[in-house]
Design a protein around this ligand. Structure first.
Ligand SMILES: [Zn+2]
Length: 702
């Protein structure tokens, strides 16, 4: 499983808002005509309507009317109708007085809740067999699970003109406007903004298809990028890794570096070798033939390749000639294809004209410049050197570049995993036992008996096939589902720990849907927020078992672990951002040029923020993340997620009790991240809480 945030299904929240990147459904659509009615005809019509409708409804409607006409014209195509049809549409659907507008708003809100809720209900039912522990999954079950009933909804809404009705009457906004004016908007205004945002793009089917294909192709490339570790030879010809070990880049390679800290004998040699492999992947000097191939032995230092003299796999050997010819920049050709596909959507996204803008202004809703500044604030903090000093002392040697993945900060526990397993299994022999205990668990977290019961009534516990996930509802008539893993011998501690995390999601989902004043504001500003709220629950799992909370020392270790991870991933995020800018600046580049640029960007950021700590220049490790190739500028979400988690946690500590504070926060719903955080904690999103906690942790750690 990838190291994304846990699988929380916020599907309804993103039903309309994001491009359906990976939906197979759009493969089946035909490309529509994309030409618009001639601008001059539209202008004539708009001028005429402007006069006519201002006369009818009064001058106070002029501004709204102007805006609505402009918004509709921007998305209107030839096949939506001629100028006369446009005029007729506007005359019929402009809400020229407040009462009509209120009715329209309320009815759209309730209809869309029904649509989202029922679409989500179908999806949940169709995924039941794959998601739950209900016996074998048959091939047709997978087809049900892959079906997305909402795939065509956005197109349908433009075709039946409901989208145009919204665009005619409610305002599209830019992030700048939401940030500047948002604090003064009423809740109703915010709900109107979110309503209009559902229709802020009309991406033609062939463009969505191209994006989906590039996404699928890049995921495929990444999913098969394995290194067969037993076939790596060190300079003495030794095999450091066990037979059959096959590691997927970069996740498994990085996790093996982490695991090797527990092996003081051969650990460092293994870690150095993995670093060497990663660098060859980034620079594309890795021999093509060693990728996903147990039939060759490879010395990653000299790059010498030979037929394997040992066999640890039944995979049929290929008859390719064995040479150390490098991978021909496939990594960067693949990335460039995702860029080229994304770029095709630019002209159809008038409020965010690049993928970079769509990621920062629409998905994250934090301006790129602010994100960059926050990452740099962590990277250049004096706490980095202090933490590095502590790591060096614990390792008893100078730091090496792979120590960006140091994992020796460990909250100790006075209980063994086996003891905890026993306690949990006794308490929760079945999923029903956990279900029954939810009100009690919530009261332990500070919810009043009433509120605990209210939330518990809205959560259904199901036995999960996988490790567990939380699936919120899309309408108030539905309930949130908590999927948890229960073994035949009862729940184990790991399962409980995950269940508590997922329960945090369910509680947020319930408040933000059922107790929100507008269902159009259902949800949280972005994924990092629901994760942060879930981590608050998860961090109290021992107390929920009636055991003592983690002591100050283990809390300090946890903080230092999170800080070091944020330091590592902040640099990776900056590389991802710079590479996307480079591609937009060089749309004609070759894969080779993108390779060279990425290597240079990785080195520059390393030299600036890591070389002073590791005393080594020109390291390219920051470019190894696979998300960079297939995730369309996703990486900055990780460091922001850490920052938000600390902000929320600190606020909970200040408030003294989780329950009421959690409810207050979750009910704010989907406003901008900064506004949400200011109302939650008094400060906008930023790294201060993380840095302050780290400072305290360092002072408390000898
Ligand atoms: Zn989660």
């Amino acid at each position: 499983m990838r190291d994304r945030f846990c699988l929380t299904l916020l599907m309804t929240a993103i039903l309309f808002v994001t491009v359906p990147l990976f939906s197979e459904e759009i493969l089946m659509q035909n490309a529509p005509t994309q030409s618009t009615v001639s601008p001059s005809r539209m202008n004539d019509s708009s001028t005429k309507l402007q006069k006519e409708l201002t006369a009818k409804y009064g001058a106070q409607q002029k501004e709204r009317l102007d805006r609505g006409l402009h918004q509709v014209a921007e998305f209107w195509r030839t096949d939506d109708g001629d100028a006369a049809a446009f005029e007729e549409f506007v005359r019929t659907n402009f809400a020229g007085d407040q009462a009509t507008l209120d009715t329209m708003f309320n009815r759209f809100q309730s209809m869309l809740e029904q649509l989202d809720g029922h679409m989500h209900e179908i999806t949940r039912e169709f995924n039941q067999q794959s998601d739950l522990d209900l016996g074998p999954v048959l091939p047709f079950d997978e087809a049900f699970a892959g079906y997305d009933p909402s795939a065509h909804v956005l197109d349908d809404f433009f075709n039946n003109k409901l989208a145009f009705t919204v665009l005619l009457n409610f305002p599209l906004t830019t992030l700048d406007q939401r940030l500047k004016d948002g604090p003064n908007w009423t809740r109703r205004q915010w709900a109107e903004i979110r309503l209009a945002q559902r229709f802020d793009k009309r991406i033609p089917a062939d463009v969505n298809l191209a994006i989906a294909q590039a996404g699928a192709e890049s995921s495929q490339y990444i999913a098969q990028y394995n290194i067969w570790m037993y076939h790596l030879l060190d300079p003495q010809g030794q095999r450091l890794f066990p037979p059959k070990m096959r590691l997927l880049s970069h996740w498994n390679l990085r996790d093996e570096i982490k695991a090797d800290y527990s092996d003081p004998q051969t650990g460092p040699a293994k870690q150095r070798m993995i670093q060497q492999v990663m660098e060859r992947i980034v620079t594309q000097t890795i021999p093509q033939i060693v990728i996903n191939n147990p039939a060759v032995d490879w010395n990653p230092y000299t790059n010498e390749v030979k037929p394997a003299v040992v066999k640890d796999s039944d995979a049929t050997t290929e008859s390719r000639p064995i040479t150390n010819a490098p991978e021909p920049d496939t990594r960067y050709a693949t990335l460039f294809k995702t860029f080229n596909a994304s770029r095709k959507a630019d002209p159809y996204s008038p409020t965010a004209r690049t993928l970079i803008d769509r990621r920062f202004q629409e998905d994250r809703e934090i301006p790129e410049a602010r994100v960059k500044a926050m990452l740099e604030q962590v990277l250049s903090s004096p706490l980095v050197a202090q933490t590095a000093q502590l790591i060096q002392t614990r390792l008893g040697r100078p730091l090496e570049p792979f120590d960006v993945w140091y994992n020796g900060f460990r909250p100790g526990s006075q209980y063994t995993e086996a003891q905890l397993d026993e306690i949990v299994a006794k308490k929760y022999p079945t999923a029903e036992a956990y279900q029954k205990d939810i009100p009690n668990l919530l009261m332990k977290l500070g919810f009043s008996p009433d509120r605990a019961q209210h939330v518990a009534n809205n959560i259904i516990v199901d036995p999960a096939r996988g490790s567990g996930h939380a699936m919120g509802a899309g309408m108030r008539a539905e309930k949130a589902h908590l999927r948890t893993r229960v073994e035949k011998t009862g729940m184990n501690y790991k399962g409980f720990n995950i269940a508590v995390h997922e329960m945090g999601h369910n509680v947020e989902q319930t408040f933000s849907l059922n107790d929100n004043d507008y269902t159009l504001l259902q949800g949280v500003p972005n994924t990092a927020f629901t994760e942060a709220l879930a981590f608050v629950f998860q961090g109290h799992d021992l107390e929920l078992l009636g055991l003592p909370a983690p002591d100050a020392k283990s809390q300090a270790e946890k903080t230092l672990n999170d800080f070091w991870a944020t330091y590592e991933i902040a640099g990776v995020g900056l590389v991802d951002m710079s590479v996307w800018h480079w591609m937009y600046d060089h749309p004609q580049a070759t894969p080779k040029q993108l390779d060279q640029a990425t290597v240079q960007i990785s080195k520059d950021i390393w030299n600036r923020y890591y070389a002073p700590i590791f005393h080594k220049n020109d390291v390219v490790l920051l470019g190894v993340y696979s998300h960079m190739i297939d995730s369309f500028l996703y990486l900055p979400d990780y460091p922001i997620g850490h920052m938000i988690a600390f902000q929320i946690e600190e606020q909970m500590k200040k408030a003294g009790s989780i329950g009421p504070e959690f409810e207050r926060m979750a009910k704010m719903g989907r406003i901008t991240p900064d506004l949400w955080m200011e109302r939650a904690s008094g400060r906008p999103v930023g790294p201060e809480a993380l840095l302050e906690a780290t400072q305290r942790a360092l002072s408390a750690t000898p």
